[in-house]
Design a protein around this ligand. Structure first.
Ligand SMILES: C[S@@+](CC[C@H](N)C(=O)[O-])C[C@H]1O[C@@H](n2cnc3c(N)ncnc32)[C@H](O)[C@@H]1O
Length: 293
């Protein structure tokens, strides 16, 4: 394979990406051309949301082509386009063959939740100290255990236990929190998400972990639960406050994640009409907020 490397201003990125796609590029990646220099420009987006901008003020665009001739032809055709003024062709270069599967796998190691509870990819043996394990490979849905928000929810469940509980995992992603609840004894678990791909991922991950989950779209959440887990983000969590609180039975618990330290007060305020939230864990600037009814 060969890659065509271009330099482009942010204003040209959308047209350039569309044109490369039309020219049968196998993939197009956009990076900050000034990365790791004093001119590096930080662009922060929220997980699951579209990026705040299409590219950086000086973007390095790399398009992958099966054949060298296709890459060179694309470079010639692009240079004739109006939107290409301000862009530059850096060159066409061969891509060295690699074992991409092995490379990807090498980036995911087992994740410790508690000293005896681990998230372990299928290509690793569980650590000998692990008494409880979730087998999970990175996929299309969020939730591999590498993010602090996921870890805090899992730690809460591991420390408190879930024996015999009815549990709702709202915004289940990979299903990791629901599977965690099952591993700690929950007997009836609904795992729901607005993203059908996440619903399917959660279903498959449940099968791989030999646990039973009722997976579905949010309407599948019905009635009251002993434990409601929701790791989404502050804004949707505020909108969902009445709905999530209505699902917590008397004596039950609500566990919320996806909240930054500075957002604690706004969350407390949003939930105050129904439940009194407090911060019960924190990691890397993220907090876990919980309440009981
Ligand atoms: C940060 S991920 C959390 C995944 C997993 N529960 C975990 O803890 O790692 C948030 C998930 O919530 C889902 N989501 C976002 N807004 C939602 C909503 N309004 N209702 C249901 N799910 C939602 C997203 O599709 C995404 O899969």
């Amino acid at each position: 394979m060969h890659e065509l490397v271009l330099l482009a201003p942010e204003t040209a990125i959308e047209d350039l990406s569309d044109a490369l796609d039309a020219l049968d590029a196998l993939s197009v990646s956009v990076e900050d051309a000034d990365a790791l220099t004093p001119a590096e420009q930080a662009l922060f987006g929220e997980p699951g949301m579209p990026p705040p901008k299409e590219g950086w003020q000086r973007s390095r665009v790399v398009a992958l082509f099966q054949e060298e001739s296709a890459a060179r032809e694309a470079a010639v055709l692009l240079q004739a386009q109006d939107f290409f003024s301000g862009c530059q062709v850096i060159g066409v270069q061969p891509v060295a063959d690699q074992d991409w599967v092995r490379l990807t796998q090498s980036q995911f190691d087992p994740v410790e939740i508690t000293p005896t509870f681990w998230i372990v990819p299928s290509w690793h043996e569980p650590p000998s100290v692990a008494r409880q394990v979730i087998r999970l490979d990175p996929g299309l849905a969020f939730g591999t255990g590498t993010h602090p928000t996921t870890r805090m929810c899992l730690r809460w469940t591991a420390n408190r236990g879930a024996q015999g509980l009815r549990v709702l995992d709202y915004g289940c992603g990979s299903g990791i929190l629901a599977i965690g609840a099952a591993k700690f004894g929950a007997t009836s678990i609904d795992a729901v998400d607005i993203d059908p791909a996440a619903v399917e991922a959660a279903r498959l991950n449940a099968v791989a972990n030999h646990v039973e989950l009722n997976t579905g779209l949010p309407e599948a959440a019905q009635g009251e639960y002993d434990l409601v887990l929701a790791n989404i983000l502050a804004t949707p969590l505020k909108v969902l406050a009445p709905l999530l609180c209505a699902h917590v039975r008397s004596g039950g618990h609500l566990v919320l994640a996806g909240i930054l330290e500075r957002q604690a007060d706004e969350l407390r305020e949003a939930y105050a009409p129904w439940l009194s939230l407090s911060v019960s864990d924190r990691e890397d600037g993220w907090i876990l907020m919980t309440a009981s009814r």
